[in-house]
Design a protein around this ligand. Structure first.
Ligand SMILES: N[C@@H](CCC(=O)N[C@@H](CS)C(=O)NCC(=O)O)C(=O)O
Length: 216
């Protein structure tokens, strides 16, 4: 059964797509035009009642929330493709820890910047608020200071192995560093910069970026 990924052009879906490519899982995509509000259509809401992308369908099985989908496939196809969950229980704990850090410490500020710098007028957004931008950048600097310390001891966030925790950062780090041109946030951080160069050079990420351009 080929996995169907709804809304491949959106940032959160790209997490899922990179995971599928790294795990060598076959998939097809179903476009969802968020700019036209298709993610709020009644048919779509039957799959994702909160009206966000992505969703996957795997036969009769439906799953939403991008990080949950990654965890599901990394576990389901554990022995296939790149091991993304860690081999030991300790490694697995650290992958989970850094996935949570991404979701709760990195993502909110990166998301706010995306809304206020990249797409203030889209998706019902308001005009850019300089205070939100300033505060979000300040919060990201603090987060990156902690990453710098961590990455001075390990090549990747969870240890010396690439994992879901790294994948989870790709879409919004790309927005911040490349699309918004805020590379100055990491430029003076040798280890964060090396980590970003490494993970953003992976063929899986470049394939996903090339195939599914952002909607903005
Ligand atoms: N926690 C969700 C967030 C999904 C999300 O916010 N997706 C954005 C696109 S990247 C979206 O659907 N935005 C449209 C909206 O919120 O109306 C996940 O990780 O799947």
């Amino acid at each position: 059964m080929v996995v169907k990924v709804y809304g491949p052009h959106c940032a959160s879906a790209k997490r899922v797509l990179v995971c599928l490519v790294e795990k060598k899982i076959e998939f097809e995509v179903v476009p969802v035009n968020v700019l036209e509000g298709e993610h709020k259509d009644p048919e779509y809401l039957k799959l994702q009642p909160f009206g966000t992308v992505p969703v996957i369908k795997d036969g009769d099985y439906t799953l939403y929330e991008s990080r949950a989908i990654m965890r599901y496939y990394a576990e389901k196809y554990r022995s296939q493709g790149v091991e993304l969950l860690g081999k030991t229980i300790e490694e697995k704990g650290l992958v989970e820890q850094w996935l949570e850090v991404e979701a709760h410490n990195f993502h909110p500020s990166a998301y706010n910047l995306t809304c206020h710098v990249l797409c203030p007028t889209l998706l019902g957004g308001s005009s850019p608020d300089p205070k939100v931008i300033e505060e979000s950048e300040a919060k990201l600097v603090k987060v990156f200071n902690i990453y710098e310390e961590r990455l001075s001891k390990n090549k990747y966030l969870a240890g010396d192995f690439f994992s879901l925790a790294d994948i989870s950062h790709l879409p919004f780090m790309d927005y911040v560093v490349n699309n918004m041109g805020k590379d100055y946030l990491i430029k003076d951080k040798k280890h964060v910069s090396a980590w970003w160069n490494d993970i953003s050079s992976r063929p899986s990420w470049n394939k996903v970026l090339e195939l599914y351009k952002p909607p903005i």
